[in-house]
Design a binder for this molecule. Structure first.
Ligand code: HEM
Ligand SMILES: *[C@@H]1O[C@H](CO)[C@@H](O)[C@H](O)[C@H]1NC(C)=O
Length: 505
């Protein structure tokens, strides 16, 4: 090779590298990054902060560093927002700029790198998926069509508990029966399907793969492999299990539930349920046949709904019932309201709107025990500006919605469980995000579309339970243990508690 050419090549390479380094140094100096904990190269703040942090840790950082701080965890930049004004910027004013989602290495597996709806970037794919899911799930027409089913399911819970004599004495783990109810609510909309009992083998199998997916996803222990790529080999076994569970789960959806629906379509000629209303998968399969989405997308929608629609509702019910047991006066007041407004008539979807105290209890539960306390992670594709700071591209952006709703700067005695606040000083605050200090379902483009289902289901279920039973802690216990179990996105009650349920006459 021509030596002169090589020399020229090397020289220009050195020049280009130097220029790149200088430019990046200059750019960095110009960047005004949000404050945050001390960082080291490669590890960032991981050595001090570790794998396990939740909305309480974010709250402590906010007290130290302010309403916007940057956590540099290995390769991940995590920006956390803690004021209503900045939350408004992220969710509404700059809703497009911050409208993407950040996935971690485990959610990359669960969602096929964002071929789903919930964890996909903001853009055409998300818009299409959200439109396809909205028609069968998230309209007022859907609520009107399915509300009677939700009432029947709640009545089934009441009936089963009444029939079980032990419920009134030693108590029952009510969660198990509520799971069947919530699965039936969602599977009716999605597949026009109902499981007859907790022992139904298909239900048991389905619940078990969903629980595995949830446990694997919520576990904070894998964070190190997400933050620091050189440590990823230590996570190889874990990621392999995540892949296996994903395959097993998607195959179950495909070979059992989707196939059943397709068979029905081919025997009947048309995909329509008895009432002439298509169920969710019929819409998803139509979109597949139109070439809008592919079969994987259909499966990922089903995967998304199995978690987003089911677990969240169960967690909220579990928290709500625990608080009603631990605050017997509040429980009595809910019961008195229902008796006064409805008499012996059982709480229906329409009735929930006539029961302001019950609504206040649900709002207070979602404030005090917010089940998705930092919303789902948002992301900016491009570099962005927030509160005068520069946010590096592809930052994971959390809105600490729990702290917004529990900060004494915005709320009177937030550490008290007091539903009355939503009838008194906070009577204008809705669950829909009309006030940025209270966004249990988020607000804006990526907000929870399931709110239209979740609120009536919580109202019908909690209403009927209190209407039909006195809910008490198990024998020998004066309170339900409300220790928390915080995961990647969820705040759940740690122990699935037992409830004594004394039937009313
Ligand atoms: C108490 C019950 C529920 C709570 C507290 C809740 C809360 C949330 C929150 C905080 C988000 C993220 C908002 C954001 O990142 O800005 C979300 C997203 C979502 N939720 Fe819910 N949710 C509940 C029930 C449901 C139900 C019943 C469904 C479906 C029937 C559902 C479907 C979804 C979907 C599809 C998304 C993703 C939206 C998107 O990325 O575009 N959720 N939910
Ligand atoms: C995180 O932010 C810093 C500061 O701007 C940037 O140099 C770095 O590349 C970012 N990390 C990633 C993975 O984008």
């Amino acid at each position: 090779m021509d030596l002169l050419l090589l020399k020229k090549l090397l020289l220009s390479l050195i020049a280009a590298t130097t220029a790149a380094v200088v430019i990046s140094k200059l750019r960095r100096r110009r960047l005004n990054l949000p404050p945050g904990p001390f960082t080291l190269p490669i590890f960032g703040s991981w050595l001090q902060v570790g794998n396990k942090f939740d909305h309480h840790d974010f709250t402590n950082f906010a007290k130290k560093f302010g309403d916007l701080f940057l956590l540099r965890m290995g390769q991940r930049n995590i920006s956390v927002v803690s004021s209503p004004e900045l939350a408004k910027q992220v969710l509404l004013t700059q809703g497009i700029e911050f409208g993407s989602r950040s996935r971690n290495i485990v959610f990359d597996i669960f969602t096929g790198n964002g071929q789903d709806m919930i964890f996909t970037e903001y853009g055409d794919h998300w818009r299409k998926m959200r439109r396809i899911v909205t028609v069968p799930f998230f309209t007022n027409k859907v609520v009107q069509h399915y509300r009677a089913d939700w009432e029947v399911e709640a009545a089934g819970v009441v009936e089963d508990v009444r029939r079980n004599a032990a419920a009134a004495t030693e108590g029952v783990v009510l969660r198990r029966r509520l799971e069947l109810m919530v699965y039936n609510n969602v599977y009716k909309i999605m597949f026009d399907k109902k499981f007859e009992s907790e022992e139904d083998p298909l239900f048991v199998k389905l619940k078990s793969v969903n629980a595995e997916r949830s446990r694997l996803g919520q576990n904070l222990g894998y964070n190190f492999g997400d933050f620091i790529p050189i440590l990823r080999p230590f996570l190889r076994g874990y990621l392999k299990i995540c892949k296996e569970v994903t395959t097993r789960r998607l195959n179950l959806f495909k070979d059992t539930f989707l196939q059943e629906r397709k068979n029905l379509a081919s025997t009947k000629g048309v995909v329509n349920n008895i009432n002439g209303l298509k169920c969710g998968v019929d819409h998803f399969l139509d979109a597949q046949h139109n070439g809008e989405i592919n079969e994987d997308n259909v499966l990922y929608i089903v995967e998304n709904m199995n978690i987003a629609a089911i677990e969240t509702t169960i967690w909220a019910l579990e928290w709500g019932i625990a608080e009603l047991i631990n605050h017997p006066k509040i429980q009595d007041k809910v019961r008195a309201e229902i008796d006064a407004v409805l008499g012996p008539k059982q709480v229906s979807e329409a009735d929930t709107l006539k029961l302001p105290y019950l609504q206040a209890v649900i709002k207070e539960t979602l404030r005090y025990r917010m089940v998705v306390p930092c919303l789902l992670p948002h992301m900016n594709i491009d570099q962005a500006k927030l509160g005068g700071y520069d946010i590096p591209p592809e930052s994971r952006v959390f809105v600490n919605a729990w702290w917004l709703a529990n900060n004494p700067a915005h709320w009177k005695k937030p550490e008290e469980f007091r539903p009355e606040r939503f009838l008194e000083e906070e009577s204008k605050v809705e669950t829909t995000g009309n006030d940025l200090k209270y966004v249990p379902f988020g607000v804006g483009r990526r907000s929870c579309p399931g709110i239209v289902i979740a609120m009536p289901v919580l109202g019908i279920t909690l209403g009927r339970l209190v209407q039909n039973f006195e809910l008490l802690p198990p024998p020998g216990q004066s309170k339900i243990d409300t220790a928390e179990n915080c995961g990647q996105f969820a705040n759940r009650i740690l122990k699935h508690y037992t409830v004594v349920m004394k039937p009313r006459n």
